[in-house]
Design a binder for this molecule. Structure first.
Ligand SMILES: [Zn+2]
Length: 382
């Protein structure tokens, strides 16, 4: 897919500043808990070729400043997660220091200085800034970006994933975008010890097939034939492509579907796998629809930490809890593979195929965040 990637790189090429998302007037509690030093701006350095013929300008700043790229928007960087972590941990000064001293980058330095001044000024007015960092963690078979949105900077990581079954389960993508909007508007809802990541659409090819959208979409955008949107652009069922009981001939109900040529044959699975292994999350929740239940993951055997996590989500959301999915045999499941890495995972199957079921799922999400917030010093046993 070099041409598509090159095309994407053209859109993503410049060094950019993606950063503080909303300047949100917060409750007094948030203001107390989040000092100005937590106002973080992240310099995302592209790993792709930098187009120095188009320097970062004040116009770029204005567009970055005025609006968050937003759910469904494109981040214009493609950072290695590790690089980004370093920048976030080391702060603005290091980000500035790390910026190459070239003529083309000078406007960027000036812009950064200006933004820092503005940020401090705004923070001193007791308007607290929150932030969400959008990362592109990989690309689909057809070259579409797979995005992740981060909230909070705690030491315990929790990841929620929507849409691994693409447009067929479009309501899980819509749910994920609603969760992103919620945390943008309620920054205090992320506990102090938590770093929350939401991957709204793990199968963007399948989403596009049904919604004709690469990002956020509305009910009116959903096509009538959704079944084919279950697969990626290569015709593979992405939740049959992971290395636990993997089989090239997999099943969806009584229908045979492709599990791929080998475990992790698909770029979407590779991207998510690497994302998980890099972040070493305390737990991962996958949203599916619509078998109405919370299922603990486990590779052949019940994984007790996953069962405990399933209880947490079930307890507040009201979806019934199960040890495992038994309606039919599933091979190459993502959550099952995670348990082989010692990472608890659950599948939340919404009760319907066309509703977000927001009240139930918000309760489940907040319960999971609270659960991990109360587990300091967790040790993952491989
Ligand atoms: Zn599914």
């Amino acid at each position: 897919m070099p041409n598509k990637h090159q095309k994407m790189a053209g859109r993503l090429g410049k060094i950019v500043l993606v950063a503080v998302v909303g300047l949100v007037a917060c409750s007094s509690t948030d203001a107390v808990n989040r000092p100005a030093t937590q106002v973080i701006r992240t310099l995302q350095s592209s790993t792709r070729p930098v187009d120095t013929s188009t320097p970062f300008t004040m116009m770029d700043q204005a567009s970055t400043e005025s609006q968050h790229p937003g759910p469904g928007g494109f981040s214009t960087g493609d950072p290695k997660i590790g690089d980004q972590e370093k920048l976030e941990n080391s702060g603005i000064a290091t980000a500035l220091a790390a910026t190459p001293e070239s003529t083309a980058d000078k406007p960027l330095l000036e812009t950064l200085s200006s933004e820092i001044t503005q940020t401090i000024s705004v923070a001193s007015k007791e308007i607290t800034a929150t932030h969400s960092v959008e990362q592109i963690i990989g690309f689909s078979y057809d070259g579409r970006p797979i995005s992740s949105y981060r909230f909070g900077h705690g030491t315990e990581t929790v990841i929620f994933v929507g849409g691994i079954h693409g447009g067929y389960e479009w309501n899980t993508i819509m749910l994920a975008y609603q969760a992103i909007d919620y945390f943008l508007n309620h920054p205090g809802a992320v506990p102090e010890q938590i770093s929350l990541y939401i991957v709204p659409s793990a199968n963007p090819d399948g989403q596009f097939l049904v919604t004709e959208s690469d990002g956020k979409f509305g009910f009116g955008d959903v096509g009538t034939d959704t079944a084919s949107g279950r697969f990626n652009g290569h015709g593979v069922d992405l939740n049959r492509n992971w290395n636990c009981n993997w089989d090239p001939d997999a099943f969806w109900l009584d229908e045979e579907v492709s599990g791929g040529a080998r475990p992790f044959s698909e770029p979407e699975s590779q991207a998510l796998r690497d994302f998980f292994l890099d972040l070493k999350p305390g737990g991962v929740v996958f949203w599916h629809s619509s078998a109405d239940g919370v299922y603990a993951a486990g590779c052949s055997e019940l994984f007790l930490p996953a069962r405990a996590l399933a209880e947490v989500y079930s307890g507040e959301s009201g979806y019934p809890v199960y040890d495992q999915f038994t309606s039919y045999s599933i091979s190459g499941d993502a959550g099952d593979w995670l348990t082989r890495q010692g990472i608890p995972s659950i599948t939340v199957e919404l009760a319907t195929h066309d509703q977000v079921e927001w009240t139930e799922n918000l309760a489940g999400i907040l319960a999971v965040l609270d659960y991990f917030d109360r587990q300091p010093g967790r040790i993952i046993e491989p």
